[in-house]
Design a protein around this ligand. Structure first.
Ligand code: B1M
Length: 282
């Protein structure tokens, strides 16, 4: 039975700002055996330090110890790259360091992807995804694509800096139920809107449900541009995608009823989390 170890949503990034020893003081992953907790810290620091040659040497022992691949992606890999983002923003890191850390993420995902995708047991639909034109970020989009595949979708990943015309051509060719636009830059998020406008111009908006995501994206942005669903992370994106093809398959893309149904998925999730917290506090 694989080990699933939770990383709190509101983890304290200060844990990672000093050195490896300090970070061991964290309360994160208290539910993990101590040797695994230490391994998680090594993975985090491997990503922060951008030592990609060593990444697989750290991922394999975690897998051998039966830690689930999803735990690694949502846990130490996510916290490590978040600290890289903070350092970049504070001018403590520059592009070369960020690129080295991205290499670590890709190298770990290369090992984990086949394991996660192998969980696929049924075929439930097709999704076309891509990072919008002008944007080269693809780590988050790859995670979303991988989780969708594991959940039963056939995923057509168009890569990065995808122009609206390429999304349109792929929708014509693959007839997906869902198309997903990822954007990580405030300067490229507008391309999500532009791509929706292209879909409208081609008379295709009703044929496909539009998902948006990426660090600067929010529910308010999703509402403003008339997308159907916003995925704050890969898990939410998968949950909403499944609802779209299973429960709301008869509602067309762009229909306010679908938009409302997607918001209801979020509301249900918040209620479940609140109930879980209440139960845990006694
Ligand atoms: Co860049 N970068 N970067 N970068 N980079 C950010 C995004 C930035 C926030 C860093 C910072 O300042 N703190 C900043 C943007 C600021 C802004 O726009 N306001 C920034 C910048 C400025 C830039 C450049 C402009 C720097 C420069 O050249 N001066 C440049 C732009 C290049 C370009 O795109 N044209 C640039 C370049 C790069 C690298 C190439 C070096 C590298 C990318 C490598 C790669 O992806 N192959 C890189 C990286 C690694 C980052 C940070 C550090 C990490 C991004 C990441 O992978 N996060 C990032 C800082 C940050 O985000 N905190 C930063 C981990 C990933 C798992 O999270 O992508 O958010 P994320 O995905 C999540 C969710 O958002 C969601 O699910 C995912 C998994 O849970 N999600 C979706 C994502 N897509 C979704 C789609 C969905 C649904 C959910 O449906 C379709």
């Amino acid at each position: 039975m694989a080990l699933f170890i939770e990383t709190e949503k509101e983890w304290d990034i200060e844990d990672l700002q000093y050195d490896f020893e300090d970070s061991l003081e964290t309360d994160r992953w208290l539910d993990a055996p101590s040797e695994i907790k230490e391994l998680f810290h090594e993975i985090e620091w491997n990503i922060i330090d951008g030592e990609h040659e060593d990444t697989s040497d750290l991922i394999h022992p975690a897998l051998d110890a039966d830690v689930s691949p999803r735990t690694l992606v949502a846990g130490p890999m996510a916290t490590g790259i978040a600290e890289v983002g903070r350092r970049f923003k504070m001018d403590e890191y520059f592009l070369p360091e960020v690129m080295m850390s991205a290499k670590c993420m890709h190298s770990a995902l290369g090992i984990l992807k086949p394991l996660i995708v192998a969980e696929k047991s049924e075929e439930i639909g097709t999704v076309v995804v891509g990072t919008v034109q002008g944007d080269l970020h693809d780590i988050g989009k790859k995670i979303v694509a991988m989780m969708l595949e594991a959940a039963g979708f056939t995923v057509v990943d168009l890569g990065v800096t995808v122009p609206p015309e390429d999304f349109i051509a792929a929708i014509r060719e693959h007839q997906p139920q869902i198309v997903g636009f990822s954007a990580l830059l405030t300067t490229t998020m507008n391309m999500q809107w532009e791509t929706i406008k292209h879909l409208q111009k081609e008379g295709m908006r009703g044929d496909v449900k539009v998902f948006v995501g990426g660090a600067p994206i929010s529910q308010a942005w999703c509402d403003k541009i008339g997308a159907d669903a916003y995925g704050v992370d890969a898990l939410v994106a998968v949950e909403k995608a499944k609802a779209c093809v299973q429960e709301y398959k008869d509602i067309k893309g762009g229909d306010p009823a679908l938009h409302g149904a997607m918001l209801a998925v979020d509301a249900q999730r918040v209620a479940e989390q609140a109930a879980k917290l209440e139960a845990a506090s006694g």
